[in-house]
Design a protein around this ligand. Structure first.
Ligand code: CA
Length: 225
């Protein structure tokens, strides 16, 4: 799951990015409204967190731009002002929830999870499956034939993407944009190495093999090769 954070305060931005990454999300951090809106319109995100007070175009304008472009991802806004008008304005402009600063990270994470369950696609499954492989999105666990598989957070995100788009050949550029953040250099062999490690964990000692390389095109997860 990929989240866009638009926050100009360096400390808060880093804190949000770090915390969300540790919770298993892929995070892009934009430092002003223009950059944030550009990211929101050019990349695919499952959720956006917008600070209201931003230099240049503010959080409201970013939100309007997102909705005007027909993007329906859930938006959580952060506001420092305990102002009823602010909350009403945000919700009217199409935000899904708001949080007053300062907030506890656990509170933010709870809101984010609720919005992701509610928002976007009609019903968000808690469990993704292929053959006897199971990925539990709530408990963040993977198992094959009931046997627990330990995954790093990147491996988890990678497997989640492959499972969500089962049967579809995913080019490396798509994997890079969905599993790594925007500063990632996709010319390196990081994806290849990550796939190799993931495949060793998921497929070694099991049948059928699930993760396949399609030479020159990308990777696919499917139950029949
Ligand atoms: Ca701010």
């Amino acid at each position: 799951m990929k989240i866009l954070v638009v926050e100009d305060e360096l400390k808060t931005g880093k804190y949000l990015k770090q915390g969300l990454m540790e919770a298993g999300f892929v995070v892009d951090l934009a430092r002003d409204g223009e950059d944030g809106l550009h990211c929101a319109l050019t990349e695919a995100y499952d959720l956006a967190i917008l600070d209201v007070m931003l230099p240049g175009i503010d959080g409201w304008q970013v939100l309007q731009g997102i909705r005007r472009a027909g993007k329906e991802m859930p938006v959580l806004f952060l506001t420092a002002r305990d102002d009823v008008d602010d909350r009403v304005k945000g919700l009217e402009l199409g935000a899904d929830d708001y949080l007053l600063k300062p907030f506890a990270f656990s509170e933010l994470l709870a809101r984010v999870r609720t919005l992701l369950r509610r928002g976007g696609k009609a019903k968000e499954p808690d469990l993704l499956r292929a053959a006897d492989l199971e990925l539990d999105l709530l408990r963040r666990r993977a198992a094959r034939s009931g046997k627990r598989i330990d995954l790093t957070s990147k491996e988890f995100a990678l497997l989640e993407l492959l499972l969500r788009r089962q049967g579809e050949v995913l080019p490396r550029s798509l994997i890079a944009s969905q599993v790594w953040d925007m500063n990632f250099d996709s010319d390196t062999n990081v994806i290849e190495v990550a796939i190799r490690r993931l495949r060793a964990k998921v497929d070694d000692g099991f049948e059928p093999k699930l993760i396949h390389t399609i030479r020159g095109m990308g990777y696919v997860l499917e139950t029949t090769a």
